[in-house]
Ligand binder design. Structure first.
Ligand SMILES: [Zn+2]
Ligand SMILES: [Zn+2]
Length: 283
């Protein structure tokens, strides 16, 4: 049922079919992006980032919360989402809690484009603007890395230790854009948030791939067409690009071939299609 790909240091695991369900876990970061499905293995993750409120991205959140109860996760997960949907999602979960006779609790955190939220340790989430008919967000995971200040390079260890003891700041903090997630959006999200193009790993929707849907048709639904990524082929500074949220117009086993034929070779090398093995979509 689940697809797993490796993108640099990260495992990207879950399920994604455009308009049907999308939920993608990155276990090394302890993050789950969207909750359109509730695979058992995702339920232990304590931080969930919702892109927007469409059912294929949040529809399985109640099931996921219920399964957490089964596996003994007593603490509500932290659920990050566009600020505009916090109240409606809270009301929906309250109604579902009454139906269940079981509290479906979350720690809701609303974000707006440009907001940052510190996670555990050295990680921060940065929200970026995406463009969809409902309130939506993309997310960039930033790691703060301490690096010895340039002027101290080559200094003997005892001198660096002495400076540290004297209270001197010996490190600069460098922000590394580790992973970005953007789905259900016009391609212009990439132009407005260059961090998406510089993240080490970019997980991005590419709902439509060829003439079976026109670029205009894709834009009308606020989705990305492969032609629009080809136009920007030289802009991607990512090491790996995981394409997902493919339409059911395409069979999973034909997608790699379409990418081979249509993407410039330098971009194709970076692209990992998030598709299951075989000829049919999961479910
Ligand atoms: Zn979607
Ligand atoms: Zn949507």
């Amino acid at each position: 049922m689940l697809t797993t790909v490796t993108a640099g240091p990260y495992t990207v695991r879950g399920i994604s079919v455009g308009g049907v369900y999308t939920s993608i876990a990155v276990p090394e970061l302890g993050l789950l992006f969207d909750a359109g499905a509730s695979p058992r293995s995702s339920c232990a993750i304590d931080t969930i980032l919702l892109s927007h409120g469409h059912a294929d991205h949040i529809g399985a959140l109640p099931a996921l919360l219920g399964i957490r109860g089964l596996v003994g996760k007593a603490k509500p997960p932290r659920v990050i989402m566009p600020a505009e949907i916090v109240a409606d999602l809270g009301a929906a979960l309250a109604a579902l809690s009454r139906l269940q006779r079981f509290p479906l609790e979350i720690e809701a955190i609303g974000m707006s484009p440009g907001d940052e939220l510190a996670l555990r340790g050295d990680l921060t989430i940065r929200a970026v603007r995406t463009f969809h008919p409902v309130p939506s967000l993309g997310y960039v995971v930033v790691r703060h890395v301490a690096k010895l200040r340039h002027e101290l390079h080559g200094a003997p260890g005892h001198e660096i230790a002495a400076r540290r003891r004297a209270g001197e700041e010996i490190n600069d903090i460098e922000d590394r854009l580790e992973l970005a997630y953007a789905t259900d959006t016009l391609v212009s999200a990439l132009d407005h948030a260059p961090a998406l193009l510089r993240a080490r790993v970019l997980v991005v929707e590419c709902t439509f791939l060829d003439e079976r849907k026109t670029v205009e048709g894709a834009r009308a639904g606020c989705h990305i067409h492969l032609d629009e990524l080809v136009e920007r082929a030289d802009s991607f500074h990512n090491e790996h690009i995981v394409l997902m949220h493919f339409s059911q117009l395409y069979r999973p086993d034909e997608i790699a071939g379409i990418l081979d034929a249509r993407l410039p070779p330098a971009l194709r090398k970076k692209v990992i299609p998030f598709v299951p093995a075989g000829t049919s979509w999961p479910g």
